[in-house]
Structure formats: structure tokens, C-alpha cells
Design a protein around this ligand. Structure first.
Ligand SMILES: O=C(O)CCC(=O)C(=O)O
Ligand SMILES: [Fe+2]
Length: 318
């Protein structure tokens, strides 16, 4: 073995090395989430039960708000017992029996309350050592006939690197579906191939279908999964809606799917804890224009437990 030199990288350069600002593992222990992290490490996903996530009234508020946004965007009436209709809301992927409601954060205060959810944030922090940011906040609205075909739509969520190999630490992205209706196989539950995250590659078409399992879980459960695990959904064969709120997060060094960084209103930053600003990339200097990196401005805020300074707030729309 070559002798260490002063140019060697830090001894502990594992993806889970503690680079963050807080003790994220203590947070996991305090919230009683260790067993779910162990499960997620082993299977690639874990289902956190409703009582560890949010009160039923909060889930109901979220569900009602998602239904309201669905009505506003489609021009159609929605109820949980009836099948949906995309109406004039044109988005992709265009799949019969389902659509996605994108970019929900700015639709209602309930979504920013969700982003402060301790359980979800502790899991994201644990897997990304505090370096996670919101990439997209969406709802999958699905009804009878929603179907990804024979492959169950199995895929990994991690963006594909040039090499085709997904990161072994599995933490470039993490995702979670907060079930807003009960999930069962017949109702088009999310499907996972347990352990597939360890292969660190995408599935070939049709691969993994035989091993796929359905998540059967009551509304209010948080289905948390890492970016490498193969997942899709079983066909929805029953009438009525399957609803969720999907919080897709990526490492701060990656591009987000939806635009938040400069678009978060100042008022929203002021009324939320400072960690919220960091989670939204609201103090991320990258993406500069003629003023360059503005190092002095951005270096004013290096500790996410401290209030966001005026120098950064003033960059956000009033
Ligand atoms: O529930 C589904 O239809 C699939 C969800 C999915 O692929 C995702 O949230 O990344
Ligand atoms: Fe996915």
C-alpha cells in the first residue's frame, strides 16, 4: 500500500462522513427513526407509520389542498371516491389514469409547513448529512386505469451519471411519498424491488418485475426511499383516487428539478426557520450573472441555525 502523503484526501471520505452542521444521527434516534433507516439501508425503502409523521388533521388539510389545486388546474371536480380527469391541465408524462401536479410549494401555506416536518427532514438530513435541498414538490394523482404497463415503470430516481454507475452511497437524491389516501396493491400502490439499490444501476426494461412488492400502508404514512432503489407502481384497478405528496430532494451540488433558489419570496423566508432557507437553496450563490459570485454577500451566512441575513433576504422577491 502506498504511504500516505500530505495530499491524501481526508481519511474518512465515505459519502456519509459527518460534514453537516448538526448531529443528524442523534435527531434520528430522538425521533425513533433508527429502525426505518436500517430498513431503508437494507431494502432501499421504509414506511414510516402515520403516528411518527404528522397528525391526521394535517394530512386532511394537505389532501383537501391537493384536491383544490387539482380542481383549479384541471377545471374539473374532484372527490376521493370518484375517478379523476386531467381536464385542460396538460403535463407530461401523459399517462392514462394519472397526472402529476407540479410545483406545489407556492400554492398554499400547508406545503411550507410540510417542508418543516421533522420526520421527513431528519431522514433527508441523515442521508445527505445536511446537504439536501428540495428538488421538486409534486402530487401524483391516480385513478382506475392508471398503469405503467408490464414493466411497472420500474426506474431509479438518481440522475444517470456518464459512467452509468449510480453512486454507492445512494444519497445524490432521496425521495418520499406521503400517502394522502390508503395504499394497497389493487389501489395502484408504489412498487419497490427490495435491495435493488445495492446494484447501483438502472433496471433493464422488464427487469425486477417478478421481485417487485407493493407498499400497503394507511394514509399519513411516509414512504421514504433512496435514489437508487428500483420503483414504479402497480396498476390502479379500483375506482377513486390514489393521492400523495412527493418530496424529491437532491444534494446541494446538483441542479433541482423545480426552480426555488431565487424564487422563494422574502416573506416566506422570514416566517420560517433558517434551515428552511437552506433547504430551498435560497442562499446558494451558484448561477450568478454579471455581478459574479458575490462572495462577501454569501459568506455572511455560513451557519444554518442563525437567521438569514439581510444581504441574502434582499435578493428575494418582496
Ligand atoms: O407512485 C408512482 O406512481 C411512482 C412514483 C415515482 O416514481 C416517484 O415518486 O419517483
Ligand atoms: Fe421515481
Amino acid at each position: 500500500m502506498a504511504e500516505a502523503t500530505e495530499f491524501d484526501v481526508a481519511a474518512d471520505d465515505s459519502p456519509l462522513a459527518p460534514r453537516g452542521h448538526r448531529d443528524y444521527d442523534a435527531e434520528i434516534r430522538d425521533l425513533g427513526l433508527k429502525e426505518y433507516c436500517d430498513l431503508a439501508d437494507e431494502q432501499g425503502f421504509a414506511v414510516v407509520p402515520p403516528e411518527k409523521v404528522a397528525p391526521p388533521e394535517f394530512i386532511e388539510r394537505l389532501r383537501n389542498t391537493v384536491l383544490r389545486v387539482a380542481e383549479e388546474r384541471t377545471g374539473q371536480k374532484f372527490s376521493l371516491e370518484e375517478n379523476g380527469n386531467q381536464g385542460h391541465y396538460r403535463t407530461e408524462p401523459a399517462i392514462a389514469g394519472q397526472f402529476l401536479l407540479y410545483y406545489l410549494l407556492f400554492e398554499d401555506r400547508v406545503f411550507e409547513e410540510w417542508l418543516n416536518n421533522r420526520t421527513m427532514r431528519a431522514l433527508v438530513n441523515h442521508y445527505m448529512r445536511g446537504e439536501g435541498q428540495l428538488s421538486s414538490l409534486t402530487s401524483f394523482v391516480k385513478w382506475n386505469g392508471g398503469d405503467y404497463g408490464d414493466t411497472l415503470g420500474l426506474h431509479s430516481d438518481t440522475p444517470r451519471p456518464v459512467s452509468g454507475e449510480l453512486p454507492k452511497g445512494c444519497n445524490d437524491v432521496v425521495n418520499s411519498a406521503l400517502a394522502l389516501t390508503d395504499y394497497s396493491k389493487e389501489d395502484g400502490a408504489i412498487a419497490f424491488v427490495p435491495g435493488s439499490h445495492k446494484l447501483c444501476r438502472y433496471p433493464k426494461p422488464g427487469e425486477g418485475v417478478e421481485q417487485a412488492v407493493a407498499v400497503e400502508a394507511p394514509a399519513g404514512s411516509l414512504i421514504f426511499f433512496n435514489g437508487n432503489v428500483w420503483h414504479g407502481a402497480f396498476p390502479k384497478k379500483t375506482d377513486g383516487l390514489r393521492l400523495n405528496l412527493t418530496t424529491y430532494c437532491c444534494h446541494q451540488r446538483l441542479k433541482t428539478q423545480e426552480q426555488y433558489q431565487w424564487f422563494v419570496p422574502r416573506e416566506m423566508l422570514e416566517r420560517n426557520p433558517p434551515e428552511f432557507a437552506r433547504f430551498l437553496g435560497a442562499a446558494d450563490a451558484m448561477g450568478w450573472r454579471k455581478h459574479g459570485p458575490e462572495i462577501t454577500r454569501f459568506s455572511k451566512w455560513s451557519d444554518e441555525t442563525q437567521p438569514v441575513p439581510e444581504e441574502i433576504l434582499e435578493l428575494h422577491p418582496a
